[in-house]
Write a protein that binds this ligand. Structure first.
Ligand code: G6P
Length: 607
């Protein structure tokens, strides 16, 4: 998830672009860059790190030119370095490109372009687009980009400048957002509305595969086949702060709703030909094949994703798997050897406990792997290989989309390990991968439970305690549901394996005590029902998460939240949605600071 801003008009482009970048940096801040076309030459400035670095640079050497593009990067392919920062200029400096998204066929395109004489200067997938467009350019920018994007697979929003057409800016999108802003004598291209709000309130969101040609005097929008489209102009009425949250009252709610997209971006391109495919993984399959044991280490929500993965690694890959809290790992004298795969799960890649734990594992000879959301952060730099979750920046302190995408990556890895170790045949892997591919749709449907969840939240906001129960793949979600409620609402909550209730916590149950029970389809469904009966028989209030039309759960429960039925393996990604929404709406009802709960921080870089 990166931010794009473009300007074409009568005045200087740079100030409008810089202003746009300042309002886009919530989309990523690994690096920032700008290109303008000044007297027939591209002038590019780009700097790694926060936008301030670029601003300091521009102060020292201001840019002229009346057409230009800006970019703020959230790295996916290639670390957050100056070389990988956008914009990218084509081999003969005839085209400049900024990009948000992931080009899945970049390797094949790179090979083809190399054969045509193009040298690559960065590790990004974006550079491929710049060379490709230059290679195909025959004089008409819109037509060139239209033909070029037909060759791209994956997701992209791009802004393109042509050296031979200083009055033209081209935009195009597929699966990544892009809009056109209509000004007075100037027009703009942007990833989203906050970037252009002070410049105009009239915008048109491009549809997938649409292209826009912007000149100072007008905007032309065409479909993939070149047919003209009428711009659908929207008048933005929100203020800038809510526009950054795309109209959502909190980043957390936006991030909960982004999960279908985040999961699609994370899973897409990794399920090719019935084999989980990790082109970026630097660990050779032979090394993975040799491992005899997995140790997962993480903190907070990421540790809960690790607990889900334990079930998948053991069931699918038949490899003994242990999950150790990173803060305990170092001091527990762990038994680690060369046959151990140590996996660090982390959204930020900066959590000190996790960093220390994975370093310790490496020092003791383990093969080390990170599952991480932030390219180039400290933990990926400390391990043998990294699998990235493509969730986009997570701003809300309480982790949501990072959690579900971590589960997706870890389950893909479990399938891969299973196949490498001979525990899973290709035939057996196929339905598992299909279930993973379908999970974004199931999560999208699960989001429809929100209105019902909000009503429940308002009713129980006064509760002093909550219990969360689940079993097997959904047992870690009991921990996660309880953690979300604690951190957001400051209500005491506990997560338990449902079968364990009778060994103690059942004593807490009375007719004022709410228990959230995850009772979706799976191997433990009947067992779960028995545990719920034990609670119901003692007058406890059951708020159940179940599949549509489940009369048996309904009979036992005071409230039922329905989510689509999926294979048990992928169900935690679906049942996480109502748990996140319940915590969110209780916190809102209690007027808590949802995005910044008291006493907490997004990335904990102290031990
Ligand atoms: C902090 C955050 C949690 C997060 C944990 C681990 O405590 O508030 O939401 O789960 O750190 O963070 P990581 O970035 O390593 O996933």
């Amino acid at each position: 998830m990166c931010g794009i801003i473009g300007y074409v008009g009568p005045g200087p482009a740079a100030p409008a672009i810089v202003g746009g970048l300042q309002r886009l940096d919530y989309r990523g801040y690994d690096s920032a860059g700008i290109v303008v076309l000044d007297r027939g030459r591209f002038r590019v400035e780009k700097m790694p790190g926060k936008l301030e670095n670029l601003l300091a640079r521009l102060k020292a050497s201001p840019l002229a030119g009346t057409v230009g593009l800006g970019h703020t990067r959230w790295a996916t392919h290639g670390g957050p370095t100056q070389r990988n920062a956008h914009p990218h200029v084509s081999g003969n400096a005839r085209v400049a490109v900024v990009h948000n998204g992931i080009i899945e066929n970049h390797e094949a395109l790179r090979r083809r372009l190399r054969a045509r004489g193009y040298a690559f200067r960065s590790e990004t997938d974006t550079e491929v687009i710049a060379h490709l467009i230059e290679d195909m350019h025959r004089g008409n920018p819109l037509e060139t980009v239209r033909r070029a994007i037909a060759k791209l697979e994956g997701s992209f929003a791009i802004g393109v400048l042509f050296r031979d057409r200083p009055d033209v800016l081209i935009g195009a999108r597929l699966n990544s957002p892009l809009l056109v802003g209509f000004g007075e004598g100037a027009n703009f291209l942007a990833s989203d509305a906050p970037a252009v709000l002070p410049l105009t309130r009239r915008v048109a969101y491009l549809e997938d595969r649409e292209l826009a040609e912007l000149t100072p005097g007008g905007v032309r929008i065409v479909a993939a086949d070149g047919t003209p489209r009428e711009p659908r102009i929207t008048h933005i009425t929100w203020d800038y702060a809510s526009a950054a949250r795309e109209g959502y009252p909190h980043f957390m709610l936006k991030e909960i709703h982004e999960q279908p997209r985040a999961l699609r971006d994370t899973i897409r391109g990794r399920t090719d030909h019935s084999i989980p495919h990790f082109p970026e993984l630097e660990i050779e399959p032979a090394k993975l094949k040799r491992i005899r044991r997995v140790v997962i280490t993480a903190c907070g929500t990421a540790a809960h994703a690790g607990l889900v993965a334990k079930y998948a690694f053991e069931e699918l890959a038949r490899v003994p798997t242990e999950v150790v809290l990173a803060s305990e790992f170092r001091y527990g004298d762990p038994v680690i050897g060369r046959d151990t795969l140590a996996v660090a799960v982390t959204q930020s890649g900066e959590t000190m406990d996790t960093l220390c734990a994975i370093r310790e594992a490496r020092a003791r000879g383990a093969l080390t792997l990170a599952v991480c959301n932030v390219v180039g952060s400290s933990i990926p730099r400390a391990v043998d290989g990294t699998l990235y979750t493509h969730a986009g920046p997570e701003i809300g302190v309480a982790s949501t989309k990072a959690y579900t995408t971590q589960i997706a990556v870890l389950e893909l890895l479990a399938v891969r390990l299973g196949m490498l170790r001979g525990a899973l045949t290709r035939e057996a892997a196929r339905p598992l991968l299909r279930a993973l591919e379908r999970v974004p749709d199931a999560v999208e449907k699960a989001l429809r439970c929100e209105a019902g969840v909000r009503t429940i939240a308002r009713r129980y906001r006064g509760a002093r305690n909550f219990m969360y129960i689940g079993r097997r793949y959904n047992f870690p979600n009991a921990y996660e549901g309880a953690l979300k409620l604690k951190e957001l609402s400051y209500i005491h909550a506990e997560g338990y394996g449902a079968g364990e209730m009778k060994h103690g916590p059942l004593a807490l149950v009375d007719n004022t005590f709410p228990t959230v029970a995850i009772a979706t389809a799976g191997r433990v469904y009947e067992k779960m029902l028995s545990n719920m009966k034990e609670i119901e028989a003692r007058g406890g209030i059951l708020i159940s998460i179940a599949n549509p039309g489940d009369a048996r759960v309904r009979e036992l429960s005071r409230h039922v939240i329905e989510v689509p039925e999926t294979p048990e393996l992928v169900s935690p990604m679906v049942t996480a949605v109502p748990l996140q929404l319940l915590a969110y709406h209780i916190a809102v009802a209690l007027r808590r600071d949802v995005d910044k709960p008291r006493n907490l921080a997004k990335a904990v870089t102290v031990e």
